[in-house]
Every structure is written in C-alpha cells, then in structure tokens.
Write a new protein. Structure first.
Length: 512
C-alpha cells in the first residue's frame, strides 16, 4: 500500500508502518515548543522503535549552536519534558545522527548550507532520504522559510513519492482569511497539498481521535445524533494558566485566534460532521469542510452570537494572580480577549435549530476540555419534574482532558419503597481501562507526517473555511476596541455576559 494511503485509524502505531529513511529539520530548534514537545516526541518514537533505521535530526536557527551543545540541550529537554525517562542507550542512537545548522530564516546561503548538509547525509548513506521540515518558529518567518526552501530546491520531489519532501507548519496558520490565503498561496508555489501538514495538536490527542470511533463504531449514537434528539452541544476548552511568558505572542492573538478558530472548531467538526465514506484522510477532511460551510455567519454587537472578555485579578490554585493587563509584556490598555464564547448555528438537515456553544479561556476555574451533548427531554407524562422526581436532561460528555473519559447522565430510581429519582453519572475513564502512559499528541503527528498521512492535519481549504467564519468577528472587535470587552475574575468560569448567549434557548453553561 502506498504511504499516502495509510491512515492512523486503520494502521495505528504499528511497528510495521515503516517510515522511509528520513531527515527531520526543525526550524526554531532553540525554542520552547522544540524543547517541550518536539524533541521528547522524537525520543519517544525512537524508544518505541517507530523511527526509521536511517533517521536524522537537524536543528536550524539563527543562534549558532555547536552540534554537541544541541545534543546536550536535546537530552536536557528529554529529561525535563519526556513522558518517559531518558534511557542513555536509546538516546545515543538518535544523538549519533543529530546535528545543527545555524543561519537566518531569510538567508538563502543558510538554506544552501542546509541542502549541502542533507546531500552529505545522503551521500554517506548511499541513498536518498525524505526531508521533513518542521517549521516551529514565530509565524513572522513562516513565509521566508518556505520561500527559501523553494529557492534552494529543498521542496522538490524526489523520484519516488514516498520520498517527497514534506513540511509541517505550526499554528497560528494566518491571522485572518486574507493572510491564511496568502500563506496557502506560498505553500502551493513549492509544495503539493499531500506534502503539507498544517498542525493542530488537538487532533493528535487520543480522546479526539476516539471521537470518531465512539460516534461511528457504536450503533447507539448515530440514530440519535441529530436535531430530533439533541437539544444543544457545548464545547469547552478551559485553561487554568494565564498568558505566562507568551505575552508578546498573545497580545497579537487572543482567545479567538489562539484556540477557537482552530482547536475548538476541530472538536466541533468531528462532533457534527456527517459520516465519511471511508476513514481515508480526504474523506474525513471533505466532511469537515462540508460541515464548516454549513455554519451560519456570526452576528456581532449587543444581541450577537459572540462574547469576549479578559481576566481581571483573582485567585488560581488558592493564590492571588494579576489581571491580564497587569501581566508582563501586556499593554495596560489592551483590548485582547483571553476568553471567547460563541453560539453557532449549523444550517443543514441534521442540525438546523440546534445551538452549538463554544467557549475557551485562560485563567478559568480549572483546566478542562470537554464536548457535552445534551439530549431532549422525554414527554413528562410518567415522570415530571417535582418533589419526588429530580430529573436531568441526558447528557453525553466526552472529556478530552484531563481525566480523559466519557460519561453519561441518566435518571435513576433511588432505592427505597417510594419511587423517587435522581440523576446519576455513568463513567468510563481511559486511565482505569487502558492505563495512563499513552503517546503524546506530537508523537502521533510527527510519525503521521513522516509516513505521509494527513488525516490528523488541517487541509488548506479547511483552514480558510474556518477563517471565513471568524474574520468578520475579528474585524468587528478591532473596530470596537474596548467597547463590548467584558472581564471575569481569574479563577472563575468566565464573564456573566456569556450566560446571555445561552439564555435565549433556556440553556446554561455547564460547570464541568
Ligand atoms: P519561540 O518564541 O520559542 O521561538 C522559536 C525559535 O524561533 C526561537 O528559539 C528563535 O530561535 C526563533 N525566533 C524567535 N523569535 C523570532 C523572531 N522574531 N524572528 C525570527 N526567529 C525568531 O516559539 P515557540 O517554540 O513557543 O513556538 C513555535 C511555534 O509553535 C509558533 O508558531 C507557535 O505559535 C507554535 N506553538 C507553540 C506552542 C508552545 O506551547 N510553545 C503551542 C502551540 C503552538 P533562533 O533565535 O535560534 O532563530
Ligand atoms: C496552544 C495555544 O495551541 O494550545 C496555547 O497556543 C494553549 O495558548 C495550548 O495553552 C493548550 O494546549 P493543551 O494541549 O495544553 O490543551
């Protein structure tokens, strides 16, 4: 089977998937993401014998770092951030083929040096290798890197399709529709779509992959998965952390660009899309795009579908924390939102009339990501809400993180001679059933890119479709400045104004 036809749902992390000989080049190799996620991901793939026998790692960046020092930095990153301890023998095998190339992202000579370095690896090996370029720099240099890869001939196809160069590009993919289209245009100049892997690390999370399995491998859900049985869907991606040391980036981004446009929209698409005709990457991505197309334009303003807010001083983990505008690197008059809530309508046969509520924020009451599907109530002819009958709507919730699992709220009889009812929760927890040391999202995603599987990555038209929904909102917010920007105390569940979004449908936000 050609590598491009493989996909994770069918093949899993099988040792037999066999990535071809590969050189992974990380641009921005001295950065935070490289240390916290990428190097540990490569190491853990190595530990599981999932790297090809001929595997090479090259760091690239402006800072001159000798090879030895880069290897030491990488080992330190593994010690600090890997889910499994550094085993010297396993690391030695990867370290032996790890090196560093210093140079500017806009310097054509540096890319020639990179090409010569890769050529030398191929010469030593006596065969061609595929190059996987991981762009892990701030977005300001995405375009120069792509242009220089193209100009140096590094994006060109090799003889066999399996050995085509590939590029993984970090988020944010653009900051609005026009910039996303421009970035797609640059990519298309040098790469074909199957060579491009736009990352959204939520797709690499085990629980997110399990969404499709739950929906389409269990007969009980799909017949109910529509407007006749479901009254609303809530998607929450809440973080306890504040903006931390990423103030410079976050000021230019905000919750809508940082989380809603990408992570929560991916959760929405997988929850609401039609069954794909197969588990093929294109079939799944086609359905996600179709779903995004059916989303109605969002209304802004007082009675609109969107609420934005920033956190004020409050308490997190029992400690006082400053408000967003008092954080380091943040403009004291900032109009950047750290919280956004959205009410979406999907105008298709399955979902018309069912509100989808999305919210994401920093410094919220606790870290939790979940998708909660609430079902319509049965007729109240036998059990009507009252003294004896405490009834809740059936709610199925996918807990994406932490404490990954699935739970269902049902109504049950309280044991006793009198008939009384109470809502109860039926729980499935991944850690109890499967243990807790599962692969990190980046492990799966780096491996999938190596074998050319785009299922868990965002296609170009998909990202543009999502930006089409949010660009008018971002423009309206930019024009309004501070007006309409709410606040919420750090450590809370968000601004009270967000409640009004749900009140129209007599819904309330869950406190997961
Ligand atoms: P960093 O700010 O750590 O930057 C990575 C590297 O890029 C730096 O070590 C530096 O290397 C180079 N760099 C930094 N600033 C500039 C600049 N202004 N111009 C050119 N080069 C620069 O970024 P992260 O590692 O945090 O993030 C990398 C990418 O991953 C970003 O696109 C980010 O949005 C995305 N991302 C990050 C996450 C995270 O948790 N960190 C989470 C999700 C996505 P040198 O000076 O050696 O060239
Ligand atoms: C990143 C955002 O994409 O996702 C961060 O840029 C956010 O602001 C992070 O903290 C959350 O990821 P996770 O996997 O910790 O939920």
């Amino acid at each position: 089977m050609a590598d491009t036809q493989r996909h994770p749902f069918l093949h899993g992390l099988s040792k037999h998937r066999g990535a071809p000989p590969t050189v992974v080049v990380i641009f921005g190799a001295s950065g935070d993401l490289t240390a916290r996620k990428l190097i540990p991901a490569v190491y853990n793939l190595g530990l599981d014998s999932l790297l090809p026998t001929d595997f090479y790692l090259i760091g690239f960046g402006r800072k001159p770092i000798p090879d030895d020092e880069f290897r030491t930095l990488a080992a330190d990153a593994i010690k600090e951030f890997s889910r499994r301890e550094l085993q010297p023998e396993a690391w030695k095998r990867i370290a032996a083929n790890t090196s560093y190339v210093a140079g500017g992202y806009d310097d054509p000579d540096a890319f020639q040096r990179l090409k010569e370095h890769i050529d030398a690896i191929e010469k030593k090996l006596g065969r061609e290798v595929q190059s996987l370029f991981y762009i892990s720099t701030p977005p300001s240099v995405f375009t120069p890197i792509l242009e220089n890869l193209g100009a140096a001939g590094l994006a060109e196809k090799y003889a066999g399709q399996a050995l085509q160069s590939k590029v993984i590009i970090e988020k944010p993919f653009g900051r609005d529709l026009a910039s996303a289209q421009a970035l797609n245009g640059t990519l298309r100049k040098y790469f074909t779509e199957p060579q491009v892997f736009r990352i959204d690390h939520y797709l690499g999370k085990e629980t997110v992959q399990d969404l499709l399995v739950q929906r389409f491998s269990n007969a009980i859900f799909e017949p109910l998965w529509n407007r006749n049985f479901i009254s609303s869907v809530q998607i929450t991606v809440a973080e306890e952390v504040g903006v931390g040391s990423r103030g410079g980036y976050y000021e230019q981004s905000g919750a809508l660009r940082d989380m809603i446009q990408n992570h929560t929209m991916q959760l929405l698409a997988l929850t609401a899309m039609e069954p794909p005709v197969s588990l093929d990457a294109e079939a799944i991505r086609d359905e996600k795009v179709r779903l995004l197309r059916a989303i109605q334009p969002l209304r802004t303003g007082a009675e609109g579908d969107v609420v934005r807010a920033h956190y004020a001083a409050g308490m997190t983990g029992g400690k006082p924390v400053p408000g967003y505008r008092e954080e380091e690197g943040i403009n004291p008059d900032s109009a950047t939102e750290t919280y956004a809530a959205i009410r979406l309508s999907i105008n298709n046969w399955r979902w018309q009339g069912v509100p989808f509520y999305l919210r994401s924020g920093k410094r919220m009451a606790r870290r939790v990501s979940e998708i909660a599907v609430t079902f319509r109530r049965p007729p109240g002819t036998l059990f009507a809400e009252g003294d004896r009958f405490q009834l809740a709507s059936n709610t199925l919730s996918f807990q994406i993180q932490p404490d990954e699992g699935l739970s269902m709220i049902l109504n049950a009889k309280i044991p006793g001679l009198e008939t009384r009812t109470q809502p109860v929760k039926m729980n499935f927890r991944y850690s109890t059933t499967f243990g807790s040391n599962t692969p990190e999202a980046y492990e799966r995603l780096v491996l999938d890119a190596m074998i050319g599987d785009g299922t868990l990555f965002i296609r170009g038209d998909e990202t543009e479709q999502s930006w089409k929904i949010y660009t008018p909102v971002l423009e309206a917010w930019a024009a309004a400045g501070q007006q309409g920007l709410e606040s919420y105390p750090a450590g809370s569940w968000g601004p009270t104004a967000a409640e009004a979004l749900l009140a129209k449908n007599h819904d309330v936000w869950r406190q997961p």
